[in-house]
Design a binder for this molecule. Structure first.
Ligand SMILES: C[S@@+](CC[C@H](N)C(=O)[O-])C[C@H]1O[C@@H](n2cnc3c(N)ncnc32)[C@H](O)[C@@H]1O
Length: 213
């Protein structure tokens, strides 16, 4: 996937399609991660979340894994000069650059991965986390009950089609994010949805007692 072509317009396309719904999802559980000091963000995009995190948690250190040079350029512009945010341009599936992290953030990023890549990313990141680390995720989901199932099915087809044409995204199907996080030993601590369940924010905590590794 190469998001360079859509980076400048990404925010406006999102607002046209969903208003401020994605923005609300990204920031929904920020008050619950006020204590985070060392954070890994994958697929940050144009920097809106990172800027809000730094504003809320002054002194936080952040590693951002992002493949798009243009997204990184936009994100840098949003951050204060003294922000301790390091951008690593490349594939987030490679080994994380540091740690131990007490928070991982994946907002609308895992939907760019296949099931196998999602499991690999989560299991790889897990090796770089501190005890009881948190995982903040917002993403789309396929709702199972009618008629909301139609609503989410149509939106997912539209979005995967858009990203395939404009960014070359290869996957066309949501990975099973809950299953992958649960399988890696995380427990769900907060969940909130909107748009008939299409868009969800979740906060997970690494549960060492239940960990399968
Ligand atoms: C759909 S956008 C989401 C951006 C932002 N996190 C948000 O909340 O809207 C996906 C982002 O992940 C990045 N991305 C996709 N696959 C990637 C990968 N394998 N490694 C690093 N970044 C990736 C894209 O460049 C893009 O900025």
């Amino acid at each position: 996937m190469n998001a360079d072509r859509i980076a400048a317009l990404y925010r406006w396309i999102e607002y046209c399609a969903f208003g401020k719904a994605l923005e609300r999802r990204r920031f929904a559980f920020l008050p619950l991660v006020r204590g985070a000091r060392n954070v890994l963000i994958a697929g940050e995009g144009d920097g809106r979340f990172a800027a809000r995190l730094v504003e809320q948690n002054p002194g936080v250190r952040v590693d951002v894994l992002e493949s798009s040079a243009e997204m990184i350029r936009l994100a840098r512009q949003r951050l204060p000069q003294d922000a301790q945010v390091t951008f690593h341009q490349g594939d987030a599936l490679q080994t994380p650059p540091g740690g131990p992290y007490d928070l991982v953030v994946t907002h609308f990023f895992l939907d760019c991965l296949s099931d196998e890549e999602t499991v690999r990313f989560i299991q790889g990141a897990k090796q770089h986390l501190s005890f009881s680390a948190l995982w903040l995720v917002s993403d789309f989901q396929q709702v199972s009950f009618w008629p909301a199932s139609w609503h989410s099915w149509i939106w997912l087809r539209v979005m995967y089609g858009f990203f395939r044409v404009f960014t070359g995204l290869r996957t066309a199907k949501l990975p099973q994010i809950d299953r992958a996080l649960h399988g890696a030993g995380f427990e769900l601590v907060a969940n909130d949805e909107e748009r008939l369940g299409l868009i969800v924010s979740q906060l997970w905590r690494l549960d060492h007692k239940g960990s399968q590794l």
